[in-house]
Design a binder for this molecule. Structure first.
Ligand SMILES: Cc1cc2nc3c(=O)[nH]c(=O)nc-3n(C[C@H](O)[C@H](O)[C@H](O)COP(=O)(O)OP(=O)(O)OC[C@H]3O[C@@H](n4cnc5c(N)ncnc54)[C@H](O)[C@@H]3O)c2cc1C
Length: 237
């Protein structure tokens, strides 16, 4: 397995995206497409760049499924839940095969880590699912206090339940979506680009946008020409 760099997308010292392993590159994409003619390029050339751009522009997507990424992701539960909606996000175009998550039926959450936003944002008035700018100064501190006391109350209830002998699988239900989980996500280049196109797009929540940016930064060196073609198509895939 390759040892590859990681990024802390939420910049809190806890979140993480790490590329664990990969298979293929931009040449694999064009050579998979050329299988129709039983032809292949040995080295990257201008002809390959033209074909790759054509495939990306016209959404000839299947050759993008032969490049595979295996990621380790550590994210708050609410981000993992948004991620999990990408059901066709694995190599074999099947439901959720490319996803293995930490289980709080097995692991105790006594040492749980929680995500705390560095800035609390106001509810947007024009978009019911979005945030607007930061809350004003004094309210910022009040929000921080309310958020932190909610987390501590949930954690204390969890620990009390374990002390009473309640099972981990039941006690975990009181834990909040700000709690960190971790999972290994195996996806094709097609699924990755589709994920980024939606999760960097207008309306996506800031936290998952930060994860999409990290995937883009760590994935690009594997197939730089394919990521360039993606950018040239306005990050639509
Ligand atoms: C800004 C934003 C807000 C969102 N808000 C909500 C929300 O409020 N509630 C909510 O539940 N979800 C919400 N979602 C999730 C969204 O509805 C999608 O489930 C998610 O973005 C995954 O997209 P996808 O289906 O294209 O991806 P994938 O599951 O990876 O699918 C890839 C592609 O495969 C095709 N496909 C997948 N499944 C089928 C199928 N069954 N039949 C035919 N074709 C299929 C589609 O072309 C799809 O685009 C939101 C997403 C975004 C980006």
């Amino acid at each position: 397995m390759h040892s590859l760099p990681s990024i802390d997308p939420l910049e809190d010292g806890t979140s993480e995206v790490r590329l664990l392993d990969f298979m293929g590159n931009s040449l694999s994409v064009v050579n998979d497409a050329r299988q129709s003619f039983e032809k292949a390029s040995a080295d990257w050339s201008e002809k390959d760049a033209k074909l790759l751009n054509y495939l990306a522009r016209e959404h000839h997507t299947s050759p993008f499924r032969g490049v595979v990424f295996k990621w380790f992701v550590k994210a708050p539960l609410f981000v993992a839940r948004q991620w999990w909606k990408h059901t066709v996000a694995c190599t074999y175009v099947d439901d959720q095969l490319g996803w293995n998550e930490k289980s709080y039926r097995y692991c105790s959450a006594e040492d749980a880590e929680f995500y705390m936003p560095s800035v609390f944002l106001q509810q947007s008035e024009s978009n019911r699912q979005a945030s607007a700018g930061p809350l004003p100064g004094a309210t910022q501190e009040q929000a921080k206090l309310a958020y932190a006391s909610g987390l501590w109350a949930a954690k204390a209830a969890y620990e009390d339940l374990l002390t009473m002998g309640v099972s981990k699988e039941q006690a975990r239900a009181v834990l909040p979506p700000a709690m960190y989980t971790s999972f290994v996500w195996t996806c094709s280049l097609q699924a990755l680009l589709h994920f980024v196109s939606l999760r960097k797009g207008a309306g996506a929540q800031g936290e998952i946008v930060a994860y999409a940016d990290a995937l883009l930064a760590l994935g690009r060196p594997v197939a730089p020409e394919a990521f360039e073609a993606f950018a040239a198509n306005n990050y639509q895939f």
